[in-house]
Ligand binder design. Structure first.
Ligand code: NDP
Ligand SMILES: N[C@@H](CC=O)C(=O)O
Length: 288
């Protein structure tokens, strides 16, 4: 286990399961804002400081596929990309919540968006269009501001509820959604980069009194891959979204008139942790 400053190495990592009570202790230390160093006397682990320890773990072959250990990146950092490349080269299985490497992490937190899309793709069903709202933070902010709450108060609440990225500007500026959409477009075989994404102009001021609402919408079709604020009917699937819910509609040959719809909580610590755990369990069949 690694945070920005320390690495914990469990003594019997290759032979024994991680003890639940120790895991709980680690969670308590982190949520109290204390240092992992406080666990040094637990007798369960050794605690090291500095990034070079991770390199030692890699060099000692602890992260090869044959060890049965997976590498799980729950940071929001681009600094992990070098380590990720190395462990992938060793044949180690990787699970990502981190979107900065721009390769298949979770999209929609615990929602089965990637799994459903992979299912459609592997059945040979061509996907024509994906439309959705994929930011728990922006969904929450928009519906709370609609209800008359002040923007700054709502953004603070979104952060304390665990919806935002560590730096909420990633959500508010649309970059977090842009990463998710790029990841989906790449799954469809589109060779795009973040620079290719078109940002629709801010149209907040133009919302009329005709029953429409603003939603941060993402759209992928043959011609477009775009994210931005759109005015949508209040009674549409997107308009009805409340709180941190995400919704994704997938249109394919089989789902031509009635799209496959995935909807539910798209941000939050619990749903994200459940999604990471599901991904870890999914890869266990790959181990000998
Ligand atoms: N919250 C959500 O609803 C969802 C989040 N995600 C993704 O999960 C990731 C984490 O989000 P969240 O849990 O909210 O963020 P937090 O800031 O709460 O947690 C990030 C953790 O990563 C650690 N970390 C940061 N940089 C490094 C590094 N270079 N090496 C090792 N550890 C590092 C931090 O260490 P330290 O404690 O020392 O700061 C911290 O413990 C993000 O990529 C986000 O996009 C995905 C889906 C939903
Ligand atoms: N910050 C993200 C969390 C999930 O990726 C969001 O608000 O949707």
């Amino acid at each position: 286990m690694v945070d920005k400053n320390q690495t914990i190495i469990i003594a019997k990592v290759l032979t024994a399961e991680l003890d639940d009570s120790f895991l709980l202790e680690v969670c308590c230390v982190k949520s109290n804002g204390s240092s992992l160093q406080t666990l040094a006397n637990s007798g369960v682990c050794q605690v090291f400081s500095g990034p070079e320890v991770i390199q030692k773990v890699i060099d000692n072959g602890l992260l090869g596929k044959s060890t049965g250990l997976a590498f799980v990146d729950c940071s929001a950092s681009a600094e992990t990309i070098g380590v990720l490349n190395q462990v992938v080269d060793f044949g180690c299985c990787v699970v990502l919540a981190n979107k900065k490497p721009l390769t298949v992490p979770m999209v929609g937190a615990g929602l089965p968006v990637i799994a459903s899309l992979n299912h459609i793709i592997s059945s040979g069903d061509p996907v024509y269009r994906i439309i959705g709202s994929l930011s728990g933070t922006l969904g929450y902010v928009m519906s709370e501001v609609e209800d008359g709450k002040p923007f700054s108060q709502v953004v603070n609440a979104a952060k304390s509820l665990g919806y935002t990225e560590p730096d909420p500007r990633d959500d508010l500026g649309g970059m977090d959604v842009a990463r998710k959409v790029l990841i989906l477009a790449r799954l469809l075989g589109r060779r795009l980069n973040l620079d290719n994404m078109k940002k629709i102009e801010d149209r907040i001021k133009q919302v009329s009194a005709n029953g429409n609402v603003l939603r941060y919408v993402c759209l992928i079709d043959d011609a477009r891959c775009e994210v931005g604020i759109q005015e949508v009917p209040k009674d549409s699937a997107l308009g009805r979204l409340r709180g941190s819910d995400n919704v994704v509609e997938i249109y394919s040959r089989c789902y031509e008139k009635q799209p496959l719809v995935i909807q539910g909580a798209g941000a939050g610590n619990d749903t994200t942790a459940a999604g990471v755990l599901a991904d870890i369990l999914d890869i266990q069949d790959l181990f000998p």
